[in-house]
Write a protein that binds this ligand. Structure first.
Ligand SMILES: *Cc1c(COP(=O)(O)O)cnc(C)c1O
Length: 370
């Protein structure tokens, strides 16, 4: 007799479908027999500028300490975050990427049989972490690809523990104004948590865009998640953080593995926070690249969703489908992301690259669609 280990797995895990990440460059290089240098990856919203010099120097320095466990309390990074954000260290939970924070909050507050509320077309990880603990994920239909916050508040029931709000949202690039977020927070019962995912916070250049951290003092049920994976260019190091009331941070830190953020990540993130030039350069490059991509979608008469992030989703012509275009783009050495499984049939998401990377994407797209 052989054991069917699937039957032994907890029910939430039995039903789980793993997260599908963007295709790595070396994998495509192996599959197509291409040179890695001939491939451009615009699939995971990474920073196309490469690492900042200060962060890179900090990583090199950290190599001297790889025999030692990292500082489990993350003292230096927390100190730097407090200076930058005007918060206190006891409000911070450090994560191995901000994905960790999404996982911790669910493990702390959500029981088997409870539910979380999310928007249609939002980050797949929310549903995954909830299902893992046997919770239901209530998905609220979006309006024009954006969150319908009124409907999300109305969807809360007596088993709802957390509402996930993504601002701006990935993969749609839509955003919520301060008054919309405030009105929503006023409509959420005090005992229901709100996880405000601000992974793309740094990119947004809109006067009415709210800084979630400024809302924490009024809304003790709010948790803000941010990351060093995007604008700070440190996706591979895996570092992000949650900011909340000290009470909630204390609970989140109880489920945090003691050394979840490694020394290189701690040091690099601390240095990256101080490297304003790198972030400013990133934002300028992103703005120019976004214009470049929008112009080509207009030219090719492709529908796209205006985005305030470092990515943009566009619709392939009706004569084809997104998987065909995705595959044909791979053949051209360009990795983008199909988002049909985000309830967006026909759509592909492309990360804004550097000028030359965008050119390569544009040329490939023109070839594929011709
Ligand atoms: C990229 C992203 C994150 C953060 O990912 P980490 O690398 O784990 O920090 C979180 N939320 C959304 C919506 C994202 O797109």
């Amino acid at each position: 007799m052989t054991v069917d280990f699937t039957q032994l797995a907890v029910p939430g895990v039995q039903a789980l479908k793993p997260y599908q990440p963007g295709k790595p460059i070396d994998e495509l290089a192996r599959e197509l027999g291409l040179d890695e240098a001939d491939i451009v990856k615009l699939a995971s919203n990474e920073n196309p500028m490469g690492p900042g010099p200060k962060a890179l120097a900090a990583v090199e320095e950290s190599l001297q300490e790889v025999t030692l466990y990292p500082d489990g309390a993350g003292f230096e990074l927390k100190t730097a975050l407090c200076q930058k954000l005007g918060i206190r260290p006891e409000q911070i939970t450090l994560g191995n990427g901000s994905s960790d924070i999404l996982d911790f909050i669910v493990r702390v507050f959500v029981n088997d049989g409870d539910n979380i509320v999310v928007s249609q077309h939002s980050f797949a990880i929310y549903g995954l972490v909830a299902k893992m603990v046997g919770a239901e994920c209530i998905q609220v239909p979006a309006v024009d690809f954006g969150h319908d916050l009124k409907a999300m508040a109305a969807a809360i029931n007596d088993r709802t523990r957390i509402v996930f709000v993504t601002n701006p949202n990935n993969p749609t690039g839509t955003w919520l104004s301060r008054s919309e977020v405030v009105e929503f927070l006023n409509n959420v019962p005090e005992h229901v948590l709100v996880l405000l995912d601000e992974a793309y916070f740094e990119y947004v250049d809109e006067p009415d865009y709210p800084d979630g951290i400024s809302l924490l003092c009024q809304y003790p049920n709010l948790v803000v998640a941010r990351t060093f994976s995007k604008a700070y260019g440190l996706a591979a190091l895996r570092v992000g953080y949650g900011v909340s009331s000290p009470d909630i941070a204390d609970l989140l830190n109880r489920v945090r593995p003691p050394f979840n953020v490694n020394s290189a990540a701690l040091k690099a993130a601390t240095a990256a926070l101080a490297d304003e030039e790198y972030v400013a350069g990133t934002l300028a490059e992103n703005k120019a690249g976004m214009k470049q991509l929008e112009a080509v979608f207009e030219q090719l008469k492709l529908r796209y969703i205006p985005s305030v992030g470092n990515f943009i989703s566009f619709k392939v012509p009706d004569s084809t489908d997104e998987h065909t275009v995705y595959q044909n783009m791979l053949q051209q050495g360009v990795i983008i992301r199909p988002v049909g499984n985000y309830d967006m049939p026909g759509y592909l998401r492309v990360t804004v690259g550097t000028g030359p990377q965008n050119e390569k994407f544009i040329n490939a797209l023109k070839t594929v669609l011709s």
